[in-house]
Design a binder for this molecule. Structure first.
Ligand SMILES: NC(=O)c1ccc[n+]([C@@H]2O[C@H](COP(=O)([O-])OP(=O)(O)OC[C@H]3O[C@@H](n4cnc5c(N)ncnc54)[C@H](O)[C@@H]3O)[C@@H](O)[C@H]2O)c1
Length: 365
């Protein structure tokens, strides 16, 4: 069992990590006691883990039976229409401003439910119960909530910190292996950007993590959440430090978009994107060869590809990366590595190193 606190002044909150945390009401109770509760989950996770949550809620001293909202599964439902349907259910049930939302599911459910909580009656409290590795180490911590718009992913949203995050590592037993590997990319990312010691620990324990060893999982999730929490605490609204969390993401977004969203999972694309960033960093003389090799070896051992798909040509990469550029005031900025555990956001990179990375990588693939 691991606990940690995200320090954000009066918006601080605890994260509880371990096996069977969902079955033990002591972790949920402080955030819910005496209030009405709406659970937001989806049609996949609800049947798998809803019963454990329901049983726990029975011992949390909540008012009335929880309102149960089961969404269809999938990123395509991460829309304002879905949020509106949740708000309608909350209003029909006359949930008041003291009510709580519990989000049970992956990042999609967490983002939607968190956004509904952010805007229902100008904001009510919510609790994250993330059930994918990606959600456990990334999306449930940090307070970003929101939905997609036809013109852009995650374009509608709000910062709204949860009141608590309850991470039950047992939920990962039902997670498809591919989703687990995608989540590992984000875990490795924390080692690469700011924690060389954690990176070395991951080199020792990557096989245990893939085998769902509970102690290894709890440790890796705790270190990851701590890294994210430290970055968020230093930079809650994303200006400087928080941008380092985007290591591998500019390349990764181009892969996701170039292949058509859903073809490559986000974490899979980030894993490859990090390998590309490591190779580009080496080309620029920032990262030494031995460290680039260590980075690539760990990404490979996590079951992730080092090479982008050939279908996304260098030309297409440039076009898609230019879209990211527009978002950041006209200049393409990349997170690159100075060393394992040390990343830097820069727009002063060598364009030839970028070109060489895109051409060589796609040729190798
Ligand atoms: N808010 C943030 O800071 C932040 C950060 C990163 C990603 N995100 C968002 O997170 C989303 C991706 O999240 P994700 O990777 O968790 O995907 P997801 O929520 O779509 O979950 C992946 C799949 O696994 C299923 N699933 C979830 N838990 C399961 C379990 N325990 N057992 C079996 N199946 C399970 C889901 O129903 C879904 O089919 C994206 O929308 C992304 O934009 C948000």
């Amino acid at each position: 069992m691991e606990n940690l606190n995200v320090e954000l002044g009066e918006r601080s909150y605890p994260i509880h990590i371990g096996p069977a945390t969902l079955r033990d009401p002591q972790w949920l109770r402080p955030a819910l006691e005496g209030q009405r509760v709406a659970v937001v989950t989806n049609e996949t996770v609800g049947p798998l883990h809803g019963a454990a949550l329901r049983a726990s809620l029975g011992h949390c001293g909540i008012r009335e039976e929880p309102l149960w909202i089961e969404l269809p599964d999938g990123e395509v439902h991460k829309t304002l229409t879905t949020v509106e349907s949740i708000l309608t259910r909350l209003l029909e049930a006359r949930l008041d401003r003291g009510s709580r939302i519990v989000a049970l599911g992956g990042g999609v459910v967490g983002d939607i439910a968190g956004f509904a909580a952010a805007i229902y009656q100008r904001g009510i409290d919510f609790v994250q119960v993330p059930t994918t590795l990606l959600a456990q180490v990334d999306s449930s911590v940090g307070g970003k909530t929101g939905v997609n718009h036809p013109l852009g992913k995650n374009m509608i949203g709000a910062f709204h910190q949860p009141r608590a995050v309850i991470i039950d590592t047992d939920t990962l037993k039902t997670l498809p292996e591919r989703e687990l590997r995608a989540g590992l990319a984000e875990v490795i990312k924390y080692g690469l950007i700011r924690d060389a010691e954690f990176f070395a620990w991951l080199e020792e324990h990557i096989d245990a993590l893939r085998a769902l060893d509970p102690e290894a999982l709890a440790h890796a999730i705790r270190r990851s959440c701590a890294c994210k929490a430290e970055v968020v605490a230093a930079d809650e609204r994303e200006s400087g430090q928080r941008a380092l969390l985007n290591l591998g993401h500019t390349f990764g977004h181009a892969i996701e978009a170039g292949m058509g969203y859903g073809e490559w999972l986000h974490g899979e694309a980030v894993g490859t994107g990090m390998a590309m960033a490591a190779r580009m960093s080496e080309r620029m003389g920032w990262l030494d060869t031995a460290e680039r090799e260590r980075a690539e070896a760990l990404i490979r051992r996590a079951g992730l590809s080092l090479e982008p798909p050939t279908a996304v040509t260098p030309q297409r990469f440039h076009e898609l990366m230019a879209i990211d550029k527009k978002v950041s005031a006209g200049r393409l900025r990349l997170v690159l590595l100075r060393a394992i555990g040390q990343a830097e956001l820069t727009d002063a990179f060598d364009p030839a190193a970028l070109d060489a990375t895109l051409h060589e990588d796609t040729r190798v693939a």
